[in-house]
Design a protein around this ligand. Structure first.
Ligand SMILES: [Zn+2]
Length: 322
């Protein structure tokens, strides 16, 4: 669950710094022989909060869609781990410790104790911080930080792929991840625009960290890029003015797509709903990254969309071992 509700406001390949991020992005988005499946990946979805997860996973297998299934608390992760759908080759199941659940006490001390009994956990999410007053009580910040530090240590120990909620708290999230050794701290405090070089895959600390639904400042974006983070992008995000500026800046090899579905806990997901949301995110992202290119018209170039689809799928396969 992300910045969506509530007032629901809510690589491989080193990339080069460039004064022409749109053109460079297009060049890097050129399709190559990725081949294989899946052709789409939802890098942040809440299968266990849907009433028909098994159906959703069966359809995803049929349609070549992979799913990074995030949970929101350790008990839910343990329960989901027993569900037959979690064994699908198309599913990666994450250990969750969502900041909203931590902030309002739904995750208690006993739940946090579970973290120490889990051993290595290859996938972690949804975890992070939410310092927006619209979502959490400011009095919860210390508790959120303590919980996130604890799960960040589990992630670092495991070398996990981590999906991170970072509303009004990107710098604080990166601080925690770097202190835990999940991310390299060499970039700490660095901000600017000189070269979105990013660390190569695997060279940025022990974890591969994905900022889900990034909504931070541009200096925070640069810091996250330099720290080697990935970015999972959804259909609501691509409509925002800030995203239109920022998503041009992200190196192509760090881009992923997500839905953050379901919109409401306990809902079933209808046929085509997840894939439709991914497609809208893809087209919106393509529109942003192709805007201003020489020859770009009012309609986004279908070839650019397909190239970006291939890039996101390739990134997902590499990140999630699909
Ligand atoms: Zn979420």
């Amino acid at each position: 669950m992300g910045a969506r509700e509530a007032a629901l406001p809510r690589g491989e390949g080193r990339t080069r710094g460039t004064g022409d991020p749109c053109g460079a992005a297009y060049a890097r988005d050129t399709p190559d022989a990725h081949g294989g499946s899946p052709r789409l990946c939802d890098a942040h979805v809440h299968l266990d909060l849907m009433s028909n997860a098994a159906d959703v996973v069966a359809r995803a297998e049929r349609d070549g869609v992979a799913l990074f299934a995030n949970t929101v608390e350790p008990a839910a992760y343990l329960a989901a781990r027993r569900e037959p759908w979690s064994f699908s080759p198309n599913v990666r199941l994450g250990l969750g410790l969502h900041p909203w659940w931590v902030a309002d006490g739904r995750v208690g001390d006993e739940d946090l104790e579970l973290l120490d009994s889990l051993g290595d956990v290859p996938y972690v999410g949804e975890v992070g911080l939410d310092f927006s007053d619209r979502h959490t009580d400011p009095a919860s910040h210390d508790r959120q930080l303590a919980a996130f530090r604890r799960v960040a240590r589990v992630a670092a120990r495991s070398g996990a792929v981590v999906s991170i909620h970072s509303v009004a708290s990107v710098d604080a999230c990166l601080d925690v991840l770097q202190e835990a050794g999940a991310l390299d701290s060499a970039d700490a405090g660095a901000a600017g625009t000189a070269g979105a070089t990013g660390a190569a895959d695997g060279a940025a600390g022990r974890c591969r960290c994905v900022l889900h639904w990034f909504s931070g400042s541009t200096p925070e974006l640069w810091r996250a890029i330099r720290a080697g983070c990935y970015f999972s992008v959804n259909e609501r995000q691509v409509r925002t003015r800030r995203a239109k500026e920022q998503l041009k800046l992200v190196p192509a090899d760090r881009l992923l797509l997500e839905t953050d579905l379901p919109a409401h806990e306990g809902e079933p997901l209808l046929e085509g709903e997840l894939e439709g949301s991914l497609e809208r995110a893809l087209v919106g992202l393509a529109r942003i990254r192709s805007a201003g290119r020489a020859g770009a018209g009012p309609q986004v170039d279908p070839a650019f969309v397909e190239a970006l689809r291939a890039t996101c799928a390739h990134n997902s396969r590499r990140l999630l071992g699909l």
